[in-house]
Design a protein. Sequence first.
Length: 567
Amino acid sequence: MSENPYARPSDPAKRHSAAITDGPDRAPARAMLKGTGFTDEDLARPIIGVATTWIETMPCNLNQRELAQHVKRGIREAGGTPMEFNTVAVSDGVSMGTEGMRASLVSREVIADSIELVCRGHLFDGVVCLVGCDKTIPGAAMALARLDIPGLILYNGSIAPGRFRGRDVTVQDVFEVVGAHAAGKVGPAEVHALENVACPGAGACGGQFTANTMSMAMELLGISPGGLNGIPANHPLKAEAAAEAGRLAMQLVRADTRPSQILTRAAIDNAITGVAASGGSTNAVLHLLAIARELGIALEIDEFDDIADRTPIIADLTPGGRYVAVDLHAAGGVPVMTRELLTGGLLDPDTRNVDGRTTAEIGAQAAETEGQKVIRPIAEPLKPTGGLGILRGNLASEGSVVKLAGHERRRHEGPARVFDSEEACFAAVKAQAIQAGDVIVIRYDGPVCGPGMREMLHVTAAIVGEGLGEDVALITDGRFSGATHGLMVGHIAPEAARGGLLAALRDGDMITLDVDARRLDVALTDEQISERMSGWTPPPPRYTTGVLAKYACLVSSASEGAITRPV
């Protein structure tokens, strides 16, 4: 009598995949999987998805094909079987200032949906998500929160800075030289020379912009292994970090450690603290709100203000400071910043990391480079309070976000210059039609009307490059890039298309932005507002079919994270 090939007992760690691979009834599924090269031995092990966001449209995710091989090596070494799959990514830096930027925030939802669908459809026992450019990071975290299967996130690392005329440069410098060129301060040859060297290879944008801000947040959330995200993309240790991520994933699967055990409210507060302490991107507000809602954790936009107000800035990172992400890694990385924030009593020490350590243990094991100047001692901060604030007022009854790193201004009062699109505003900046003292208003670019809340770096960098960065303010229902600096307020809610007061503004209206009072107001009476809004109708949707139309129908307010949800 021949041996029964299906008699082998299932590995107890195959909590999900056994339903796909085990027993004679699953022969058709195994036949398909064997057609891709898997063996009986492979299919008897826990199956771990390896999600990449590789794409050839940007340097940010470009090394993920290589890193995926090392992640898979680590999974195999730990007794699992990896199965690689991919999802989409949209480059903010490439699409900035164009119609393509509307796809950026929408891609966060598509990334989360894609990872969720593949993991559910193939019943993976665990997953490792390789992330790079901005929306891939929160998208992966949102998917893990939905799935609640053992898993982790590994950032593929920051790009190295370029060198231009003896100084480090990033893509932020290229955006700003556009404004300098428009003002006649530099010629086209200098613009071309800078663009040729600013992005020297693989890796996400090098400052404490959105990608590096969210990478730091993932470590402090505990869903990324402590210290591994910050290893730069081109660093020799990145490959081994990827293999270690694969091995850690198998440990999580064996122990059945799920994201819901890691991603707690205390962990979210730790992440917000890290964003505030590093002068990080205001986009983190949007993304952490979204992650909290996927987890069913109550988090309100004003709580970011409370945490930032008690958290000093201790990381001297561009765009508000002097250094880039590779410098942070060389100084000792996020663990050193964690140690300082723990010393100040600003982090919950007992939150857990996917690498098995607590936040307290990660801080205690930090290896600071002697003489480093990137991370300040908690007793000697760069600023006494954090790098963002939440403003309300008659222009933002549901809230808005102001970036406070990289400038000292706390108040601005001036006449409105109102634009119904970023393109119209950029044309005015380029024509040098913006005056010192103006409050630039860009409306109808919120989650619904954008759709997708375009970032305004094309405009904000041009303003700085033109020399007006300290003399104007800009407010919008859209977003800002993490590379933005200057007095800018974004995420204004409700957005103009949903009847927010931005819709009533006219050129010359006096607007007051008061950071200390946490207010954003226009000097209009209730009667004036009512009269202006009485004849107002929302603009027609920009798209009536396809993904952008669906997103506009389903998306929530920016004050709730701009998540999509069933109607």
